[in-house]
Each structure stands twice: as structure tokens, then as C-alpha cells.
Design a protein around this ligand. Sequence first.
Ligand SMILES: Nc1ncnc2c1ncn2[C@@H]1O[C@H](COP(=O)(O)OP(=O)(O)OP(=O)(O)O)[C@@H](O)[C@H]1O
Ligand SMILES: [Mg+2]
Length: 457
Amino acid sequence: MFNKLSLKTGLLFFIFILIIESLLFFILYATLANDRVDSVMDNLLTRGNSHSAVLEDYYDETTIEHVARMEIASEYSVVITNGNGDIINSSNPVDQEMKDIMENMNDEAVVHKGEIIEGQWKQEKYIASNSPIIINENTAGHVFMFADTNSVKKLVGQLSNQFVFIFMITIVLTLITTFILSRFITLPLIRLKGATEQLSKGKRVELFTERRDELGELAKSIAELSNELEYLKTARNEFLGSISHELRTPLTYMKGYADIINRQDLPSDEIKEYTAIIREETEHLTKLIKNLFELAKMDHNKFSIVRKQIQFRGLIESIAHRINPVFAEKGITFSYQCPDDIFVNIDPDRFEQVLINVLDNALKYSSEGGSVYLDVHKSGKNTEITVSDQGDGIPEKDIPFLFDRLYRVEKSRSRNSGGTGLGLAISKEIVESHGGTIQLSSKPGKGTTVFIKLPLE
Ligand SMILES: Nc1ncnc2c1ncn2[C@@H]1O[C@H](COP(=O)(O)OP(=O)(O)OP(=O)(O)O)[C@@H](O)[C@H]1O
Ligand SMILES: [Mg+2]
């Protein structure tokens, strides 16, 4: 039932609240206790003062007697002394502690309105006040009032009992609140933890949450991650399936032709033909493996783009120079248009690879007499590059998958042209790592256009 996280947060929360509560309780207790003690002392002094005031008016035997008798029934004791300090009357028997207090008081310091002469209620047996009786500016005696500190202690003791009781209740309430709160906070976290554990075991997780806070967002991200992972898993399986197929086909061809050549009675021109096929297949395999390797590097971010500020026209011219002979050989015209003032900060080698891939497609999937046109222009903050051909075109249903790895429209058709189905996937990786986009539109029978957008900065 208890888990580490809720225990930890709960404990932490509890300790903090406990410290705060204890502090507040202590302050409250100290103030209340002091108030009670103060009120006892005030009471003592007021009574003493009122007695001394009466005695100042009527300083005679009967009044003194009367004052002493008044305090017999009260919780205090009164002691009245004359000007020499001799006790002349008292409400209760005078014990040694009382005498000590009376002897130790500093007569000079006692002001006319009286004062507390013993306030140490914790240590002493009595707290006491002294109100002098002043007649004609002479001290005619003193009214000492005494309160047994036991009663004060009892009062404060009652207060502490009440406090302990309330404090216990508070602790229980705090514990319950802490428990509920920590469960409330940590329960979803624990569910998320369970979900990620499932994820790491390769299972798909569904996380439904109504929460709209950070935890809800976290749950949503984990659910998205799970979907993404699921997608990647299927993609990887499909990819591995296609790779093994792609590798097996040329190998089957090669083995087949090698077997034929092995037969003794084969004419030499046939041997030549078959070795040429084996050679072709080997080249195809080499290209396939090289491309796959390239893509694998991109996946692990191991390939770096080395940007250089270049004039775009220069790049196009050098590409045109290289591909013109191949286009001419197939009877396809290649033309281009590019302003002089376009300068871009790109990796020229990588970008050349992109353009060659796209132009190679245009060449491969066009027939004799066709033409391919490359156009470069600035558009806002982008450089736009379009390559259009009048070739076979691509059926609409295939277009969304063209940038997937190993995807080819007509396996047999592009096999004949030596395609591996990786060219556009590689191009897309490169363009996107430059912060750009690549798209393709096509009409079967009419031709294909590839759009590349590249930010100028
Ligand atoms: N300009 C185009 N005209 C017609 N079809 C095209 C064109 N460009 C691409 N395609 C289709 O898209 C598929 C994927 O192209 P991609 O460049 O990725 O692979 P490929 O050309 O077959 O092989 P690779 O480029 O690796 O040698 C091609 O097989 C082809 O069917
Ligand atoms: Mg290609």
C-alpha cells in the first residue's frame, strides 16, 4: 500500500507541517500562559493597592482588622506591616518564605502605587506585591499580598493539558491530510512508472487521464511515445524484411549464373554475358549496401553536415557538367535556370548528392526525347529548387511512400534501372538536416516535379 515515493513526499510534507505547527503552538501557548500569569499578578497588585488606599484614609485598628479578614476567604493572603516593618495583621499565618520576601524587598525602590516584588512563579512558593501605605508623605506601613504559585502552576498546567490534547488531534489530522495528499500526487506518478516499465518491456500502453495539469501532459507524452515506439517497431520489421529481400534477390541471380558458368560446355560469349550480369548485380549490391550504411549513419546522427557559404549557381553548373553526357546518351535534354545572386550556407557535397539523386530519378524514369528542367529562385526567406521531368510519373497512391526507405513504385521497372529505393530517403534526411523540406508531385504519364525548399539563413 505504501510506496517509496508517497512515503517520502508524505514524510517530508508531514515534517514540515509539524515544525510549523509546533512553532505556532509554542508561540500561542507561551503567550496564553504569560497572559494568565500576568492577570494573576495584576489582580494581586490591584487588590493590594486598593487595600493600601483604604488604609491611607482610615489607618486604625478596625480597618486593618477588616482588610485582613477580607482576604481570609480569598485565594490570596494579605500581610500588613507598620512603618518599622513589624507585622501588625495578616489574613493567614505568615510562613518563613513570606518573611523572606518581605525582608528582601527594597524599600526605596517601591513606588507609591505599589509593585510586584516577587514574580518568579516557577521557582518560588509565592508571588507577591507590595503596596506602601503613605500618610502625610511618610510610609506608615505596607500591604503585602501573596498568591500561592501552586494555583498559578495549576492554571498553566491545565492550559498545557489542553494544548497537548489539541496538538494530538492536529497531528492526527495532519497525518491523514498528508496521507491523502501524497497519494493524490504520487498515485498518477506510480501509474506512469508502471506504464513506462511496460514500455521498456516492449508492450504497448494506453494511458487515459482526465487531468489537465503537468501530470496529465506527462501521461499524454508517454502515450505518444508508446505509439511512436510501436510505429518504429513495425517500420523496423518491415525495413529488415525488405532489406533481406533486396539482398537475397541479387544473390540468387549471382548464384544462378555462377552455376550456369560452371557447366563445362558453355560457349565463351555466353560466359561473358553471364559474368557481365554477375558484375552488374555485384555493383547493385555494393550501391545498396553503401546507401544503407549512409542512412544508418544518419539515424545515429553520426553524419555531420559541414556548411560552407557558396554561390548556388556554381554548384548547379558543376552538376550539369557532370550529368550532361549521361542525359545526352539517353537522348534527354537537360536545362537549368539559376540567378547569380543566390548564396547559401550548405554542405555542398551532401547537397550535390540530393540534386544528383533527384536528377538521376528524372533521367531513369524518363524516356528518350524527354526533357528535364531545373529551376532555382528565391522566394521570401527560402531558396526554392524545382526539378521537373516529362517521364512516366507516379501513381497517386504511391506518392505518400516515396520517401520511405526501399520503397519503389514498380519493383521490376526500377530494378531494371538499378534503383535501390533509397535515393529519396537519403535526400530527405539531408534536406531536413539543412532545415529544409522536400516534396514531390506527379501525374502518371505526364511527369514528375520535385520541390526543395531551403532556408536562406
Ligand atoms: N522522377 C520520377 N519519375 C518517376 N518515378 C519516380 C521519380 N522519382 C522517383 N520515382 C519513383 O520513386 C521510387 C523511389 O525513388 P528513389 O530515388 O528513392 O529510389 P530509386 O531511384 O528506385 O533507387 P536509388 O535512387 O536508390 O537508386 C523510384 O523507385 C521510382 O519508382
Ligand atoms: Mg533514385
